[in-house]
Design a protein around this ligand. Structure first.
Ligand code: IPM
Ligand code: MN
Length: 357
């Protein structure tokens, strides 16, 4: 197949890790007989510097017409004035919103080769395989934001419509049915009106369309605890925007590093957006030591969800497994022993991909 992939490297380590994802995609294309073309576009802090806009209109336009969008990360200390009118993150939020990407899939899986490297006990993390669905275009991220003129009062509104809840819960439930058949919905219904709506609508969806699933609701504070005490109990988890943001960062300690976690953001139509869940890591940017696996695994998700190339996606995921089983490590997962740089890690994955039978 032919596919057009928009690459948005962004800031910090974004360009370094995205370059490796691109090389892996090129290797997958040549191995499986596809043709991918790549276009680079600015987003985030560098786009503010060069164009005064974290999401320049030509970038958005290119994303709309691409088959898939791969993004590195956005942000950095030089743009980190919380009072600033324009922030790098606004580019990412606008992109998600403009493309209608309401479902953010974040797989949290432990690798057997790395269970000793997790800050948590091996018995807890071994066998973790969670697919997180974070609602991405609503909730408190997109509700009314207000600061009074004297600056003494502010509010950010968390708002959900039943339609927004229904569509994300439906996707999560459908995924659970294809997996181990368990769905967990996270809310704060003991306090928040918006969560009571979330809980009611989620229950409706499950009762009406997915009564075959094992279904539970968990309060977000309790979920924060369960995630690090009994993570293997969860299969598919669905939550609103901010709860999902927080819980998936917490979840990243299970595999042992943020550098391993990929994500896919999907809407009902149009291209998906694929990005590592990690940030720009300004402290290590430009040093060639960042872990490219989250970006590479995001590229695999792009093949799976936007290009209908399941076999190719699995081949890349297997290659990553093989490389980790072989003991090849970037510094974030090396636990003090020898490690390779960003490019060598990319090359190791490519070699394993090409030599796979
Ligand atoms: C993420 C990030 C973003 C978010 C920021 C950069 C706006 O933390 O993708 O999880 O909060 O959604
Ligand atoms: Mn986050």
């Amino acid at each position: 197949m032919e596919a057009r992939i928009a690459l948005l490297p962004g800031d910090g380590i974004g360009p370094e890790v995205l370059q490796e994802a691109r090389r892996v995609l090129e290797a997958a294309a040549s191995r499986f007989g596809h043709s991918f073309t790549f276009e680079l576009h600015p987003v985030g802090g560098n786009a503010i510097d060069d164009y005064g806009d974290p999401l320049p209109p030509p970038t958005l336009e290119a994303c709309r017409t691409a088959d898939a969008v791969l993004l590195g990360a956005v942000g950095g200390p030089q743009w980190d004035d919380p009072e600033a009118k324009i922030r790098p993150e606004m580019g990412l939020l606008a992109l998600r919103k403009e493309l209608g990407l309401y479902a953010n899939l974040r797989p949290i899986k432990s690798y057997e080769a790395l269970v000793h490297g997790s800050p948590l006990k091996k018995e807890i993390v071994s066998g973790v395989d969670i697919l997180f669905f974070r609602e991405l275009t609503g909730g408190i991220y997109f509700g009314e934001q207000y600061t009074s003129s004297d600056g003494s009062l502010a509010r950010s509104v968390m708002e959900y419509s039943s339609k927004e809840v229904r569509r994300i819960v439906r996707l999560a439930a459908a995924a659970a049915r294809e997996r181990r058949g368990k769905l967990t919905s996270v809310d704060k219904a003991n306090v928040l009106e918006v969560s009571r709506l979330w809980r009611r609508v989620a229950a409706e969806v499950v009762t009406e369309e997915f009564s075959d699933l094992e279904y539970e609701v968990v309060l977000v504070d309790a979920m924060a605890m369960h995630l690090v005490t009994r993570p293997t109990d969860f299969d598919v988890v669905v939550s609103g925007n901010m709860f999902g943001d927080i819980l998936t960062d917490e979840g990243s300690v299970l595999p042992g590093s943020m550098g391993l976690l990929a994500s896919a953001s999907l809407g009902d139509k149009g291209p998906g957006l694929y990005e590592p869940i990690h940030g720009t890591a300004p402290d290590i940017a430009g040093r060639g030591i960042a872990n490219p696996l989250a970006a590479i695994l995001s590229a695999a998700m792009a093949m799976r969800h936007s290009l209908a190339l399941e076999k190719e996606a699995e081949a890349v995921e297997n290659a990553v497994n093989t490389v980790l089983d072989a003991g090849i490590r970037t510094i974030d997962i090396a636990a003090g022993s020898t490690h390779v740089g960003t490019v060598d890690m990319g090359s190791a994955v490519i070699e394993s991909l090409i030599n796979q039978r």
